[in-house]
Design a protein around this ligand. Structure first.
Ligand code: G6P
Length: 362
């Protein structure tokens, strides 16, 4: 199963593999309505009071996702770009857990940040796809995202598996840490997670991303906005788009549009607005309307019943689910959008110019 099979590109194969990769990520990790990691039994985190995430690229966006959930669970947390670790990290001591989020487990900046944290006494945990990788070997503990090998340089299935692994890990940590409060609706959230592979399948079967990529083709710039968990998805959507299309794309916190980027908005800058079905979607809607009134076409990316859909010019729909997972479904739509846009431009999708799957230099 190592080849491209029926697909023209590894990236498309890997996007389509997500129902299976996510099922593997989840398997055995929900037991009796609770989260279980074999290597991290209850009590593993009872001396932790701060969680730091360090990562690069797509893994950084998954780390943002994880950090928001850790924050919501009542813990102090930071999410740091590994290459900026020294200049952005808060105080670190033996009660700090540093989580390296790295698909390959070999990214030099991430390894270096973890080494710096552990020199200050932090305990380290690698969240990686590669068994036996440097991150897994060097960290005090490792958990695997189990996405299977990813060949396309642009990360797709590993992002969704990272985000799910971090969401589960958060519940595990929150149960141990004295200040932690596992989500009130944890049961509902975990139940919805078991349906996530099926929902991804629905997105893959029904997506209009290919047609939409044709419609928006030829624009000057492509903007992606979102709030809360939707913010990290917007950043990831823009990163994927620029990596493989070579077109200019940027992701913004929806509320930041009005603090600068709005000056760039015209009818030639489609705005993809990510919604997750949470209360904060109303903010994203307000910000999307601000862009729309300057002529930008708005594409809502998220569940059908959002009021954003009523004002948007187009919609990439995802099945209704718990707000914690909706962003991951929106992200599958954005992966497809990038893929089909790059295809129209005849880009070398699996090996974009100047980029490497794993960057082992600082
Ligand atoms: C490279 C890849 C990105 C990846 C980043 C971090 O830049 O091109 O797709 O997100 O490295 O890689 P890691 O293996 O640490 O997740």
């Amino acid at each position: 199963d190592a080849g491209k099979g029926e697909y023209d590109h590894y990236m498309l194969k890997e996007i389509n593999n997500q129902p299976t990769s996510l099922a593997n990520t989840i398997e055995g990790r929900i037991k009796d309505g609770d989260v279980a990691f074999e290597s991290l039994p209850p009590g593993s985190f009872d001396d932790i009071d701060t969680v730091q995430f360090v990562a690069c690229g797509t893994s950084y966006h998954a780390a943002m996702y994880g950090a928001q959930l850790v924050r919501e669970a009542g813990l102090r947390t930071e999410v740091l770009r590994a290459s900026e670790y020294e200049s952005t990290s808060g105080p670190v001591d033996e009660n700090t857990l540093v989580i390296a989020v790295t698909q390959s487990g070999e990214t030099a900046d991430t390894l270096d940040a973890v080494r710096k944290a552990t020199e200050c006494g932090a305990r380290s945990l690698a969240v990686t796809n590669v068994v036996g990788s440097t991150a897994a070997r060097e960290a005090d503990d490792a958990i695997y995202i189990r996405a299977g090998p990813e060949v396309g340089v642009a990360a797709t299935k590993t992002y969704s598996s990272q985000a799910v692994t971090l969401a589960l890990l958060t519940q595990r940590i929150a149960a141990d840490v004295p200040e932690g409060t596992p989500a009130d609706d944890r049961g509902e959230m975990l139940e919805a997670l078991e349906d996530l592979p099926k929902h991804v399948e629905t997105v893959l079967e029904t997506s209009r991303a290919e047609a939409l990529a044709r419609d928006v083709f030829g624009s000057k710039s492509y903007f992606f906005i979102g709030h809360g968990l939707g913010h990290s998805v917007a950043l990831e959507g823009a990163l994927k788009f620029k990596e493989i299309t070579y077109e200019h794309a940027e992701g913004f916190a929806a509320g930041e549009l009005k603090h600068g980027p709005l000056a760039l908005v015209t009818e030639e800058t489609p705005v993809f607005a990510v919604s997750t079905g949470s209360d904060s979607d109303s903010k994203t809607k307000t910000n999307a309307i601000e862009a729309q009134s300057r002529g930008a076409p708005i594409v809502a990316v998220g569940p059908d019943d959002q009021s954003l859909v009523d004002v948007a010019d187009d919609h990439l729909s995802v099945p209704d689910t718990h707000p914690v997972w909706a962003g991951l479904l929106a992200n599958v739509q954005l992966q497809l959008l990038s893929y089909y846009a790059a295809r129209q431009l005849d880009r070398p999708i699996d090996k974009p110019r100047n980029l490497a799957k794993s960057v082992t230099v600082e």
